[in-house]
Design a protein around this ligand. Structure first.
Ligand SMILES: [Ca+2]
Ligand SMILES: [Ca+2]
Ligand SMILES: [Ca+2]
Ligand SMILES: [Ca+2]
Length: 449
């Protein structure tokens, strides 16, 4: 039996009582900005302050702040004039969780309308109404305190209940307010529908804002063990990864790994020899690698590199043991420093040609199952690759001049040979080629996020 249904009537009775109290004292409330711990957030005026937790662990972004300003004049109901970078960051987290489940935008509207009513888009970390916590004011039977204060968990718990109440996608056609009410069991069932149009405006803005940005860094890997590398992107400002298992369509695997706007640079590899590539980040300021064998777990953390020298990370299987390990390229001296473990310096050599803005790459260019390195020089769109350490075995132009192309090599056609790809930030287009030579594009697509 669902204990949520058992407990819901209790909650309703409490909320109704509080409402009576509120009506009796309402003349004083408008002027009161002080904390009123007895008032459930859903019934409190906008001026009441609650203790809140971060929604995005990295904090609100500059984009969130800009969007808050825009939304303040577009919204028509409760949230008009009250959007902040923090509230946008909360809405963004909710919508990212919806998108990661591959649900239609309408599910985002349902979730956002609910959060507007329950908390005015705040991740409330103090228990005001019984044990209720977080964006959706979920009581303790929804999860642990940490879970309910995790926007991704809280949103998924809400969506699970929504799909239970409205199976087979029937939430997509039911009135939005009715769906919110079915999940929340509020004493004020009519409060949700009136927020639906504002929720739609917020979802429209954020669904679009989730689209490609200039800051996105492309990565490639075999995320599903089918032997084909596919493209993903890492967004440093939000530590969010957008991956997919085909080289078409939108990102379908979305998660956070990394620690906010700290200059993290992405790396990809099979760190645990299960033939599935997973991600990691290198934080230059700490010369530290943080790697996961899954999506969000921190499974490997170690220092490799030598301080603030502009080191750029690479990853590959340098010793043919089927485990990918890392390394760094130091542009100042064109030197690669690679490890076969975590902290040991096992390979060090100069490759590259001075201070030309070279970007390091790694891959198995010759199908000997040993990864080696190379550099891509943006200024002349030229790839310089070695099958060893210092020999220049391939040199060719692939890319399109000074367009800011970012190199992203991989095995696109399952022949066990890694070849070039570039992502052009200006048009979010990825251009892949299946040979290590100058020539045409074999696959080209817009990366949808
Ligand atoms: Ca793996
Ligand atoms: Ca290895
Ligand atoms: Ca090789
Ligand atoms: Ca290939």
């Amino acid at each position: 039996m669902n204990s949520r249904l058992l407990k819901a009537p209790l909650l309703c009775a409490t909320v109704a009582l509080t409402a009576i109290t509120l009506m009796g004292t309402s003349p004083a409330l408008g002027a009161q900005a002080a904390k009123q711990p007895d008032l459930p957030p859903a019934l409190a005026p906008m001026s009441v302050m609650y203790e809140t937790a971060a929604c995005d662990p990295g904090g609100p972004t500059a984009t969130d702040a800009a969007l808050a300003t825009r939304l303040n004049s577009q919204l028509q109901s409760d949230m008009r004039g009250y959007m902040t970078a923090y509230r946008v960051s909360c809405a963004r987290e909710v919508i990212e969780a919806v998108r990661a489940r591959n649900l239609a935008a309408r599910a985002g509207v349902i979730a956002i309308a609910t959060v507007i009513v329950e908390t005015h888009l705040q991740n409330i970390s103090e228990m005001v109404d019984h044990t209720s916590l977080g964006l959706f004011q979920q009581q303790d039977w929804w999860g642990t305190r940490a879970q309910r204060l995790n926007p991704t968990y809280a949103t998924n718990a809400f969506l699970n209940a929504m799909e239970d109440e409205y199976p087979n996608g029937s939430w997509a056609t039911a009135p939005i307010g009715e769906v919110c009410q079915a999940v929340q069991g509020s004493a004020f069932p009519s409060r949700y529908q009136v927020q639906a149009s504002d929720a739609q405006i917020i979802v429209n803005a954020l669904w679009n804002a989730a689209g490609p940005r200039l800051e996105d860094i492309p990565v490639s890997g075999d995320w599903n063990k089918d032997g084909i590398d596919t493209i993903g992107v890492f967004r440093p400002s939000t530590s969010t990864w957008y991956l997919r298992n085909t080289n078409s369509g939108d990102a379908t695997i979305i998660f956070k790994f990394g620690h906010g706007p700290s200059g993290d640079i992405p790396v990809v590899g099979d760190w645990n020899k299960d033939n599935i590539d997973t991600v990691g980040v290198f934080r230059p300021s700490e010369s530290t690698f943080y790697l996961t064998d899954g999506t969000t777990s921190l499974d490997h953390q170690f220092i490799f590199g030598h301080g603030p020298s502009g080191d750029i990370p690479v990853a590959g299987d340098w010793n043919k043991d089927n485990i990918d390990t890392v390394g760094v390229f130091r542009p100042g001296n064109s030197t690669f420093y690679l490890t076969d473990g975590t902290t040991s310096l096992d390979h060090q050599f100069i490759f590259g040609h001075g201070p030309s803005g070279d970007i390091p790459v790694a891959g198995d260019w010759n199908k000997d199952y040993i990864d080696t390195v190379g550099v891509f020089r943006p200024g002349n769109s030229t790839w310089y690759l070695t099958d060893g350490t210092t020999s220049l075995d391939y040199q060719f132009i692939y890319g399109h001049g000074p367009s800011g192309d970012i190199p992203v090599p991989g095995d696109w056609n399952k022949d066990d040979i890694d070849t070039p790809g570039v992502r052009r930030p200006g048009n979010n287009t990825v251009y892949l080629r299946n040979a290590n030579s100058a020539g045409g594009v074999d696959e080209q697509f817009i990366y949808g996020i």
